[in-house]
Design a protein around this ligand. Structure first.
Ligand SMILES: Cc1ncc(C[n+]2csc(CCOP(=O)(O)OP(=O)(O)O)c2C)c(N)n1
Ligand SMILES: [Mg+2]
Length: 657
């Protein structure tokens, strides 16, 4: 007996409704509604090999509507990926099951990115499509020629980031990007017409996209739309008219199926309506076999690709790039030696540019960019070339004023592999990127955020542009390296650490204003690697340890000079990265910040949190209000961040005022 299309799609529906029912939580509506589209996609269009999920030239599939996670878990299981097993699916949403509530890239091969925060999946897919074209320009059709397929819901298209992502994709003419819109006209609160009357098709057309409609329950119609999408050189929006929860006789078409189990009675009714006679989690062998054949469909294509790779003179470089390995022996010690020989009194944003001038020619995988602040972020070095529809090989992206879209695209590029993305904006706008920075960290991706104008030190642009709470709030995020380097040498060291951190994103908080170079002598290795280190040892008997970050390291050094000339011994500790310091041994930390000595922190940002190192009896100098618009000297004086103001306060705390 041959298996009919409906059986294949119904296997997805059954697994989805049964897993959600067993977990007593989850979202059955979306996978049941998109089961037919997914069956056509995984069965006939998507290029992948279930036995080799990391094949570099596979199509990327992004389930942007991540709440519908059972759709991708069903597809991966049925097509023969090693995981999830049926046991994993039975344990949907349970502790240690790779079938988490929302798909997580580090749990399952085949889950290309972590989704759930609506809109970001599609925006990451734009980055994947950019990386694909970029690598194609370098390595050619033989090695890189694949598509990025997205399933997006009404919510993904409604989010603000969608505007940025669609605009960027249209501008770059990313024709290998195909978005399957689950056009079910339902969200959680009810029908979409409760909250939107936007002409989504017209918006995409106006943004340079190709738009095609299909009946999302008719395989013939779906195929025709996918064929049209593939044929069109523009990115495509495939509007799939679907019924949410299709198969649930009493609930389909309503938001009742969106995010709750159908209930056992309705699950039974759905079984009857679908003609699915099998027990929960039981998929008959003939249906399994048909799905398994889908998973092997591109095995020959994969084998032919592997042959082309092994015959290619670019094989070693391509393999290195896709593995995310830096070239053998890569480091910035030579650049640092140059700075020691010829010290630079520059802003750390400029020091970052100097570092990039040393990095970019040696690391062809870097793809830089800025959200329209190139001249301020100092992110563009000579010879990168601009990435455009005419030149995908360019290594610099003019993201436009799309901070969130930039950050998400960088996540997508890093996830795709083969490139190391870095991008700039003002630190104060890290808030605009924050939800994507969070996904960089959660997804363990090496994305480097070059965030300049890191304090009141930017001066006259005033409090809207002056970060105050940003550095501290970024430090709170797990698996994120937040660096605030204090001079040109530290900036180079932080860049080196950022590049070496292959599973961790980095924020570099950099100054607008010039800073003296306090690192003048050769040191044993990368000092910033330990997060904090002693930059000056007390001359007189040590009575205080001054801790500074970024521009306030030089301030701490001036305060130390003033204290020493009054006979008060002061160490100075530079602390460019809290999390790296926290990872050091207790003896290292206690040696730097001894319990029995007054500790004083200085940072042009909130003092909230500094008691962690200054201790209950320490002093913290910072800014616990918004900034102000004025020239830089007036601001540092107004906020009390000068040696003249801090020195007497330290002396008073020592009882030597
Ligand atoms: C940024 C963000 N906001 C809110 C949510 C919560 N949420 C999850 S699904 C959803 C509704 C999405 O509607 P749609 O994309 O049409 O999905 P459907 O109901 O059709 O499955 C909402 C508001 C979220 N996951 N992400
Ligand atoms: Mg919807």
């Amino acid at each position: 007996m041959s298996v009919v299309f409906e059986d294949l799609a119904n296997a997805v529906r059954a697994l989805s409704m049964d897993a959600v029912q067993a977990a007593n939580s989850g979202h059955p509506g979306m996978p049941m509604g998109m089961a037919d589209v997914a069956t056509v996609l995984f069965g006939e269009y998507l290029k992948y090999d279930a036995s080799a999920p990391h094949w570099a030239d596979r199509d990327r599939f992004v389930l942007s509507a991540g709440h519908g996670s059972m759709l991708i878990y069903s597809a991966l299981h049925l097509t023969g990926y090693a995981r999830p097993t049926i046991e994993d699916i039975r344990n949907f949403r349970q502790l240690h099951s790779p079938c988490a509530g929302h798909p997580e890239n580090f749990e399952l091969a085949g889950v290309e990115c972590t989704t759930g925060p609506l809109g970001q999946g599609l925006a990451m897919a734009v980055g994947m499509a950019m990386a694909e074209r970029h690598l194609n320009a370098e390595f050619g059709d033989d090695l890189v020629n694949h598509r990025t397929w997205v399933v997006a819901g009404d919510g993904c298209l409604m989010e603000g980031i969608n505007h940025e992502a669609v605009g960027l994709a249209g501008h770059l003419k990313l024709g290998h990007l195909n978005v399957l819109w689950d056009d079910n006209r339902i969200t959680i609160d009810g029908a979409t017409d409760l909250s939107t009357s936007e002409d989504i098709r017209a918006r995409h057309t106006a943004s340079g996209w190709h738009v095609v409609d299909c009946d999302g329950h008719d395989p013939v119609s779906i195929r025709a739309a996918m064929d049209a999408a593939i044929a069109d050189p523009r990115p495509s929006l495939i509007a799939c008219a679907t019924i949410i929860g299709k198969g649930s006789p009493n609930k389909q078409g309503t938001s009742a199926t969106h995010g709750s189990p159908l209930g056992t009675a309705e699950v039974d009714a759905a079984r009857a309506a679908l003609g699915w006679k099998h027990a929960p989690f039981d998929v008959p062998q003939d249906i399994r076999d048909a799905w398994l054949a889908f998973g092997r469909r591109s095995a020959d294509t994969h084998a032919a690709w592997a042959e082309r790779l092994s015959a290619s003179d670019k094989a070693a470089e391509f393999t290195r790039r896709m593995a995310g390995d830096l070239p053998q022996g890569f480091g910035l010690s030579q650049h640092v030696a140059g700075l020691l020989a010829d010290p630079q009194k520059v802003a750390t944003r400029k020091a970052s540019e100097l570092a990039l001038e040393a990095i970019n020619p040696r690391l062809p995988e870097t793809v830089g960019g800025s959200a329209d602040l190139t001249g301020s972020n100092n992110t563009k070095t000579a010879g990168l070339g601009v990435m455009s529809a005419e030149n995908y090989g360019g290594r610099y992206v003019n993201y436009g004023i799309r901070e969130f879209g930039m950050a998400a695209a960088m996540n997508g590029m890093a996830l795709h592999g083969g490139v190391i993305p870095y991008g700039g904006t003002f630190l104060v706008f890290s808030d605009y990127c924050r939800a994507a920075i969070r996904l960089s960290a959660l997804q363990r991706q090496r994305v480097i955020y070059v965030m300049t104008h890191d304090s009141i030190g930017l001066g006259e642009d005033g409090p809207t542009h002056q970060p105050v709470e940003h550095v501290m709030s970024l430090r709170m995020m797990p698996n994120l390296l937040t660096f605030r380097p204090g001079d040109a040498v530290e900036t180079a060291e932080c860049w080196e650490l950022a590049l070496q951190a292959s599973a961790t994103p980095t924020v570099l908080a950099l100054t607008r204003q010039n800073l003296p170079q306090f690192r003048r002598v050769e040191s044993d290795g990368n000092q910033c690697a330990r997060g904090a280190y002693r930059i000056k040892t007390s001359g007189n008997k040590r009575q205080v340890v001054l801790i500074g970050t970024g521009s306030e390291v030089s301030l701490a050094l001036s305060v130390a000079d003033a204290l020493e000339s009054a006979g008060i011994g002061a160490d100075v500790v530079s602390m460019p990265c809290w999390s790296l310091f926290d990872a050091q041994s207790a003896s290292y930390r206690n040696d730097l910040l001894p319990a029995d000595v007054l500790k004083v922190s200085m940072e042009a940002g909130v003092t909230f949190g500094w008691e962690r190192y200054a201790g209950p009896d320490g002093l913290s100098f910072g800014i616990d209000s918004f900034g102000a618009s004025a020239p830089i000297e007036a601001l540092f004086d107004h906020f009390g961040l000068t040696a003249d103001k801090i020195t007497p306060a330290v002396r008073a705390a020592l009882g030597q005022g």
